[in-house]
Design a protein around this ligand. Sequence first.
Ligand code: C2E
Ligand code: MG
Ligand code: MG
Length: 677
Amino acid sequence: MGKSVVDKKIRVIGIFILLSILILLLAKPNLGYASSPQKEVLLLNLNNSFSILFLILIALVIILLININKRKKVEQRLLRQNEELTAIYEELTASEEELRQQFEEIVIHQEVIKQSKERYKLALEATKDTIWEWDLAQDQRSYSEKTLEMLGYKGEELLSYEDWRELVHPDDVEVVEENLRTHFEEKREIYVSEYRIRCHDGHYKWLSAKGKTLFDSSGKAYKMVGSHSDITELKEQQEKIKHLAYHDFLTGLPNRASFQEITEQEIQKAKMNETFFALLLIDVDNFKVVNDSLGHGIGDKLLVKISQSLASYEYADKLVAKLGGDEFVILLRNLKDKGTALRHAEKIMGLFHQPFILKTHNCYVSISTGIVFCPQDGENFEELLINADIAMYKAKELGKKRYVFFDRKMKDEFEEKERMQNSLCQAIARKEFILYYQPQVDLESGRIIGFEALIRWQNPDKGMIQPKSFISLAEESGLIVPLGDWVLKEACTFAKKLQDLGYPDKTIAVNISTVQLRQDDFVDKVSSILEETGLAPAKLELEITETVLIEFFDHHIHAKLNLLQAKGIGIVLDDFGRGYSSLNYIKQLSISTLKIDKSFIGDIDDQDDSANITGAIIILAHQLGLKVVAEGVEFPEQIEYLRNYHCDIIQGYIVSRPLPEEKILASLYLLLSEVVI
Ligand code: C2E
Ligand code: MG
Ligand code: MG
């Protein structure tokens, strides 16, 4: 810098010398025009002094100018530098502000991070989640303290993947491996896997593992980080729910849903001719009676005992399930032939030869079983079950306590029954029923003392249908209730008509189903019909079949019978001898009359033991204070026999077949006034 200033000064002085020479050269010609030498000398002197002065002056001016110029330049430079400095200063100030702001932001961020770390920690503690990390390149795994705490291991015990895999439940290893493989191969965003892991104490815990993987540029996984959650409780809940969904709540046996699933698999195998299996549909006979008479608590206990007994049946390849209510089902797999199935069925029925002991009760139970085979008896589960049901109902129809193998004829019968049931329903609306009346004769006087009302169905297509073809159908469908109401009213009206016609003593016996008797309003209904028709209660007799009454007998029915008897209505135990024939039981029933079944009467002429039994029954019934009616009397010898034993009343073809009302009314005098036997 100093050097350039010196250069500049030399240049300025140089310029100044050059300018002086120039001025001198310019001043010289003026000397040539001088007029005299003195003048010239003077002029020359004067000119010289002036020139020097002038030159000095100019030099000074130039120096001044140069200085001014120089100062200006310095000033400008300083100004510029000042401006630059100001700018730098401003910039610095600004960036300082920025830095300050950034610093503040960092502080805030740090605070946020700290808070979220704390929150994360809290969340982890609250959710019981634990953290794991897996360096795949080194095969080194590490776990948060909590993982180790949860499983009861030390970190160094679980260093490699192999260490971890060793602890996975043998049934879950495949799942774990498969999940990892697909995660790596498909580079899925998140790895998810649920499996059981063995804790240090030997117990297994369910873990839900979730993780994220880092892949290198070649797509190879090199790091995984994730969490473990203990989902043991959740899994147990799920298991419980699944168990509930697939098992019967009361007995713990597989339910219909699970039975269906398994059976469907078996059907597929059977269709491919791989196996042959039998399905046994079991219904507990008269279970309702147990429930009604001993209470639902005992009923439930009985079902549990039955389920235990069936489940204990010794055949390894079986499945016992409960379909609902009192219905069980057994699947017998891998059977050799039908003969083997038959032997199994016999043994299973045999399980019910012993009573089930329920606290103080010895409960004798029988079962009805329908048996189907797969593949021949059904293409699918529904069909198999329907056919087994048909066979089971057949077993009930044949008197319960037995097994029946399904056959195609049964299905046709069943379908016919269904058609009947539908037309029965329409028949009520179309009033296709009619009552026939069969006289009852007092053996002593030989006169008709009353009638039994017997229903008939006048079917437009099939003609006259007898009650045995539709009463049980009506009972099953509940149609017996409206039908029975109609019978009762019609019969009472008929009896009242006879009274009005001058035969006030004639009674009317009406058959009543236990389905009717079980209706809460039955007693009221009878009372109101009597009131409506104007028939005296003493002229009405209600006939209840022995077997049904005893099977369904409970304290409700007992109370109803008492009430009816108290009103003066006669209660007749019908078909005595066809069922239990227990006179001891009869003592407990509120009945007024015993009607001996026609099968006993039919045997009278054979002069064998049964004849004596009939006589003995009459004697015993009389001892119990009961009136005795003999039904199905067809021959004079039978009358003779019955007379000898002082049977009170007889009913049968020997007197008259059941007749329609108009026929009775047409020969009324003859029928009701004369001695008929
Ligand atoms: P039940 O009450 O024991 O009726 C007697 C059955 O024996 C009647 O059959 C009758 O026609 C028949 N019978 C009468 N005398 C003789 C005879 O000398 N020999 C033979 N072989 N049979 C004789 P029906 O009318 O076919 O009735 C059958 C069953 O249907 C009745 O047996 C009764 O249990 C039931 N029933 C009839 N009408 C009704 C009704 O209105 N309601 C209910 N719930 N059941 C009824
Ligand atoms: Mg009867
Ligand atoms: Mg009878």
